[in-house]
Design a protein around this ligand. Structure first.
Ligand code: PMP
Length: 446
């Protein structure tokens, strides 16, 4: 790591106080990876070394980096009005943004509740589900059903419905009561190296019927899944699986929530995976690319029927006892409006569709490299999975990630799966560059 010289040493003195999230803090300090600038498809580290962004930050920066229209909108808004109270008061931009989001959401989803993150969007959606059933006189509907390997953020609600062991174990005595998990849909034996959505596995949705028989539909509030699991290593829904979840939930009066924090805003080729895969849930949770990752913001997109039923409270009563100081923050909303303009003007969701074939071919060219056991892809996202090394789970994945970074491309490792999810402005040459760097790193790490 000779590349990290002077600037990192300068920074070392300041590395002591920040407890970094989801990071091996002690290891990080030994070889810090510090980014300082970003423009277009590239980061620069603290030494000015360019690093190709193969991950849109953390699945956030779908319009690429350093977008002037966003920074100008943000700066204008801070000058005009920095903040407005979010309770009992409003400001026009939050209403305008809600309208814009409703316009790109699936039909029937026209209401928006603002949050500051994906985790908050998830907990908000769970609360809205409980509030809805209570408003309709079905207060016994309190159970939630998530899915194994699901990632729904880090609030207590999110880790309860989530299904990633590491995120739950330490906190297992304090999780929400009454939560079950559907089986995950990763099946490497059946579907390894399939391109796009796997052909087999839709029957895993039938477990939902069994859980309903076990607990009674009258006790179940909602099912929450990511249409495509991102954080657990890009796990795709088998063909017909989401449709089946929709049929079963609808039949039993159970709400269906799609967590689209990663899949939202063009990642899989339409505004939302719901549209690309033709299944409309009752609520969609979002964050990240909503304003290109520039300012913390999330949103829950809500079906009219949920909103309407919840409004059936006495006139003047608060319909939902929930909200955040920064819900619909004017500066975050300004950034989101400018971001949506860019998505539209540059037709970036269509761009995903026009590039996905090239991307698919490029990532599948890695097949045959050492220890590579699966490649999964859809839209502009791919998961490349390796068998764990003798040194333990995650070591090979981390080694590949570190080597790629050293060689100028940012990829993401979760356990031994490498995820690629570039900004949607990526071009073919840059796709080649990230895949070539990855290929070299796979061979180097072995
Ligand atoms: N849901 C999903 C599907 C996510 O991928 C994430 C973040 N990776 C979250 C929720 C949590 O978002 P945040 O980190 O903004 O709280």
């Amino acid at each position: 790591m000779e590349d990290f010289n002077k600037a990192d040493q300068v920074a070392t003195g300041t590395l002591e106080h920040y407890w970094m999230p989801f990071t091996a803090n002690r290891q990080f300090k030994q070889s810090p990876r510090l980014l300082a600038q970003a423009e277009g498809m590239y980061y620069k580290d603290v030494n000015g070394r360019p690093v190709l962004d193969g991950t849109a930050g953390l699945w956030c920066c779908n319009a690429g980096h350093g977008r002037k229209a966003i920074s100008e909108a943000v700066s204008k808004q801070i000058h005009e009005m920095d903040y407005a109270p979010s309770f009992q008061m409003g400001h026009p931009l939050a209403f305008e943004l809600a309208e814009r989001l409703a316009a790109i959401a699936p039909k029937g989803i026209n209401k928006v509740f603002f949050t500051n993150s994906g985790s908050e969007s998830v907990d908000t959606a769970l609360k809205i589900a409980l509030n809805y059933h209570r408003a309709r006189g079905e207060a016994t509907r309190t159970r939630f059903i998530g899915r194994e390997l699901g990632y729904h953020g880090v609030g207590f609600g999110g880790i309860s419905v989530g299904g990633i062991g590491g995120n739950r174990r330490t906190f297992s005595q304090q999780l929400l009561q009454g939560v079950d998990h559907l089986p995950h849909t990763l099946d490497i034996q059946q579907n390894a190296f399939c391109k796009g959505l796997p052909e087999t596995g839709a029957d895993k949705a039938e477990v939902l019927e069994q859980l309903i028989t076990l607990h009674g539909a009258e006790n179940i509030a909602a099912v929450i899944v990511e249409p495509m699991s991102g954080s657990a290593g890009v796990i795709l829904p088998p063909q017909g699986y989401l449709k089946r979840l929709r049929e079963i939930t609808r039949k039993h009066g159970i709400l269906l929530i799609f967590d689209e924090v990663i899949t939202g805003f063009g990642r899989v080729g339409d505004a939302f995976a719901s549209q690309r895969w033709g299944v409309t849930p009752d609520m969609i949770t979002t964050a990240k690319a909503l304003n290109n990752g520039t300012i913390p913001m999330g949103a829950v997109l809500i079906d009219d029927a949920i909103y309407d039923a919840s409004m059936d409270a006495p006139e003047g009563a608060i319909e939902l006892y929930h909200g955040y100081t920064y819900s619909g923050h004017p500066v975050a909303a300004a950034a989101a409006l400018a971001t949506l303009d860019i998505y539209q003007q540059e037709r970036l969701f269509e761009r995903t569709k026009s590039l996905e074939g090239y991307f698919e071919q490029a990532v599948h060219s890695l097949k045959g490299l050492p220890n590579l056991i699966d490649i999964r892809n859809t839209g502009l996202v791919a998961g490349i999975q390796f068998s764990p090394s003798d040194k333990g789970v995650g070591k090979r994945g981390f080694g590949i990630f570190e080597t790629c970074f050293k060689n100028g491309t940012l990829v993401r490792a979760t356990a031994d799966t490498i995820a690629l999810s570039p900004p949607l402005i990526v071009d073919e040459a840059q796709i080649d560059q990230m895949v070539n760097t990855l290929s070299d790193a796979i061979t180097t790490v072995g």
